[in-house]
Design a protein around this ligand. Structure first.
Ligand SMILES: [Zn+2]
Length: 172
């Protein structure tokens, strides 16, 4: 099982949202621990975050290109939301993506985040990957309640929840 992990943004000028907390930092902390968990479980991980990119478009293209050329079986893009909402949501288009999205979302909701649902919507990284893909929006960086819960749980518990959702769905 080969899983591509796309730690969202973290590649200027592709930078994440800023609110109570920084999306870049949250994506990185959760993503790096998720990668450790997957490797410990024997998964072949492709870290898709580019070292550099001159434009946001190129940053996105490099992420999907890494996954496509390495022949990943599944793609996980990790983000935190902004815009005045509350809670977790997971995006997917393919049936396999939707199934995994449901598992991952239910684990995040189990941690206490509000259930915003699985949404069948293709962002760039979902539309341009050859394998089933999900995009996880863990919670809102501009919500005090979400950031308080995030800090209380810590990045490891959040990564663990995403890991368990993936493991149940992808059976590795
Ligand atoms: Zn983002």
């Amino acid at each position: 099982m080969k899983i591509a992990i796309d730690i969202g943004h973290n590649c200027p000028p592709d930078t994440g949202a800023l609110g109570v907390k920084s999306e870049d930092e949250m994506n990185r902390l959760v993503g790096e621990f998720l990668i450790k968990l997957l490797i410990s479980a024997g998964v072949d991980v492709i870290d898709c975050r580019p070292k550099s990119a001159t434009t946001v478009g190129l940053s996105l293209w490099k992420r999907t290109n890494s996954a496509n050329t390495c022949g990943a079986d599944f793609y996980v893009s990790l983000h935190h939301n902004a815009g005045g909402g509350l809670g977790s949501e997971v995006f997917a288009v393919s049936d396999e993506g939707i199934a995994a999205a449901k598992r991952v979302l239910s684990k995040l909701v189990g941690l206490g985040f509000r259930d915003r649902g699985v949404k069948r919507q293709g962002f760039y990284v979902i539309k341009n990957t050859l394998m089933p893909a999900i995009l996880v929006e863990v919670c809102f960086v501009d919500s005090n309640a979400d950031c308080t819960l995030w800090d209380k749980l810590g990045c490891k518990a959040i990564a663990q929840a995403i890991f368990e959702g993936l493991q149940e769905s992808l059976k590795f």
